[in-house]
Design a protein around this ligand. Structure first.
Ligand SMILES: [Zn+2]
Length: 420
């Protein structure tokens, strides 16, 4: 989603060249690898203007390992030098009504619970600025956002002088010390050295203990349980559960106030405050490392069967001459196609973000079109890349008088086949 907020300096990590030998969260050396995918596009949401550019895009290796001491999961083969976050980084979900409703509800909830009125709000990894503007508009707050992918021309409230943006990473040197509220949404998962970012936030606050810090990231236990391989991609080098996230924040000097999930349990949220001294008390939502390890073992044992099921389904639809289209042209689509090695079995992808129209998915080079293009090339099968948008997608298809078979990404493909 949003760009990472530390520089890509890997020099302080042991065994650089993408092979840390220590857990980036707790420093333990007990890392157990459990899932590998080769030749994964290094970026999945940069706009690719030609099919050649998309197919030739640099790739890296995904090698997930779980830390036996804190439960943090990371891509131990991650090479930060392959990452280039620029204004071509197209992460916004702001074209979806479902997502906007969630965003607004979250902003209103944060404002109310933390009395964010007339306060100073900082957002690390603010993307195009939508959420920061919302917090400032709804609460009459002043805002400061950090993101190298911020685009002034795309700023929804560009003339609002209460909100300022730094088109750069958040670092030790530019981190503001005065903030009532610091939020960081969908960013920590892009950062290899997770402990350093959390430490930077903690240090920036010094002796202040009244600042609330809010982080939102994908929740990894759902990914493991759903065997959601489409939610594992190169930009996401860091994967947290409530337990590993709580442990990291406590280790870096925060009191964990709350830990919960939202958005169909896809997102994990944490609220914390700087603690004056060491914190030992864990939050009740923090699961033990052994519970996470059990999820990891189950994922590792069954992921092959899920991948085989999808490949089988796509062979059948191809044999039947059915036109298969993905609804969603973001990271999930790239991960789905590249992990399965899909070529002609899928015709194209559609995305409601108009900036993506006529661009191409990194790796396989499938074209992205707009939903309205479905009229010209009607699909027989639509695979919904994010089931939370199902109602929205069904409504749009219905309005175009299209009635393709709908497959859900998170259903067992063999069950989907039985339904078709
Ligand atoms: Zn660890």
């Amino acid at each position: 989603m949003n760009a990472p907020q530390t520089s890509n300096d890997a020099s302080d990590r042991p065994g650089t060249n993408g092979s840390p030998t220590a857990c980036p969260a707790c420093g333990s050396r007990a890392l157990d690898p459990f899932y590998t995918v080769e030749q994964v596009p290094a970026h999945s949401v940069l706009l690719m203007r030609t099919r050649e550019q998309a197919r030739d895009f640099p790739t890296g290796t995904l090698r997930l390992a779980v830390c036996a001491d804190c439960g943090f999961i990371s891509n131990t083969a991650f090479d930060p030098s392959l990452q280039d976050y620029s204004t071509e980084y197209e992460e916004t979900q702001g074209f979806s009504g479902t997502f906007n409703a969630f965003h607004r509800r979250l902003a209103e909830d944060l404002i109310q619970r933390h009395d964010l009125r007339g306060k100073r709000v900082v957002e690390i990894g603010c993307g195009k600025g939508d959420f920061l503007h919302m917090l400032c508009d709804l609460g009459g707050n002043t805002g400061l956002g950090f993101d190298p992918a911020y685009v002034p021309e795309r700023d929804p409230g560009g003339r609002d002088h209460r909100v300022r943006f730094v088109q750069d990473f958040y670092t030790e040197t530019n981190a503001p010390s005065e903030a009532h509220f610091i939020c960081c949404k969908m960013t920590l998962e892009h950062i290899p050295d997770v402990a350093r970012l959390v430490r930077t936030v903690r240090r920036s606050l010094g002796s202040r203990t009244d600042t609330t810090v809010f982080f939102q990231i994908p929740e990894v236990r759902r990914i493991l349980r759903d065997r959601a391989f489409w939610d594992i991609y190169y930009e996401h080098c860091s994967y947290f559960s409530a337990g590993s996230l709580g442990r990291l924040f406590r280790q870096q000097g925060f009191d964990v106030l709350d830990l919960w999930t939202d958005y169909d349990d896809q997102y994990l949220m944490i609220e914390a405050r700087p603690a004056p001294g060491p914190v030992h008390r864990s939050h009740p939502e923090e699961e033990p490392v052994s519970a996470l390890q059990a999820d990891v073992a189950d994922f590792a044992a069954r992921i092959g069967e899920v991948l085989d099921g999808w490949r089988h389904l796509l062979r059948v639809t191809q044999r039947n001459g059915q036109r298969v289209v993905l609804w969603g042209g973001g990271s999930k689509a790239v991960a789905f196609l590249t992990t399965l090695g899909v070529r002609d079995e899928v015709a194209y992808a559609v995305d409601i973000n108009p900036y993506k129209r006529d661009t191409f998915l990194a790796g396989t080079g499938h074209r992205i079109l707009s939903p309205s293009d479905l009229r010209e090339q009607p699909p027989d099968v639509v695979i919904i890349m994010n089931p939370i948008y199902r109602a929205e997608i069904q409504r749009d298809l219905h309005a175009m008088q299209l009635a393709p078979a709908l497959f859900h990404i998170d259903l067992n493909p063999l069950d989907s086949l039985a339904l078709s």
